[in-house]
Design a protein. Sequence first.
Length: 221
Amino acid sequence: MHIIDLTHLISPDMPVYPGMEPPELDKACSITTHGFREKKITMFSHIGTHIDAPAHMLKNGQTLDELPIETFFGTAFLCKTPDNNDGIIDIDDLKAEGENIEQADFLLINTGWDKYWEGDEYFSGYPVLSPEAADWLSRIGLKGVGLDTISADMADSKDFPVHNSLLKSGMIIIENLSGLEKINRNHFTFSCLPLKLEKADGSPVRAIAFVNDSGRDDGLE
C-alpha cells in the first residue's frame, strides 16, 4: 500500500486566497531560552489544503465539530478533467463515470491546476463545476468533493452556486489538493481529518490517499 500526501505545505510565504493574510509561524519559545521549541501559529481557517464546512456559506449550516468523524474518511473515486475542457466541468463529464462516483464516499477531481501553485495563474481561470453538475453531485449521497484549485467557484463569483449546492446537501468541500497526478488508481481510500476546532467553518487538513498495490480498489488491506 502506498500513502500519498495530497497536502500543500503551510508556510509564511505560501499562496493565499486574495484578501487573506498569510499564516504567521512565530518562534514563541526556543531551546536556548526556554529549553524547548514552540511556535505561535496565526492563520485563517481556510488556508492551504483545507475543508469547507456547511457553516462556511450557510447561516445554519453544521460546523466541522458537529460532523461525525466518519465524514472525513472513506472511499474515493478520482476523475480527471477532459483534455478538451473549456474550464467548466459539466454534468455530462460526471455522468460518464456516474456509477463509480455513486459508489464512492468522495469525488476528487484532478484538474492539474496545482502546477500553478507558486504563480499568479493559480488564482483565476481554473476549472470549476457547472451549477448543474454540482446539483447532480448534491443528490447522490457523497461525503465530499475535492479539487486541486483555490475554490469550488469561479474567482469572481458573488453568489457561490457550487459551494451552496454542495454544502446544502451536508457535504464538505476540500480545496487546494496537491499531487493528485501521483495516484495511479481511480479507486482508493481517502482521509482529510481537520483540526477539532470549536464552531469551525473550515480547517486546514492533512489530506492523504491510501492506494493499494495488491489489485484491490479500496486502498486498504
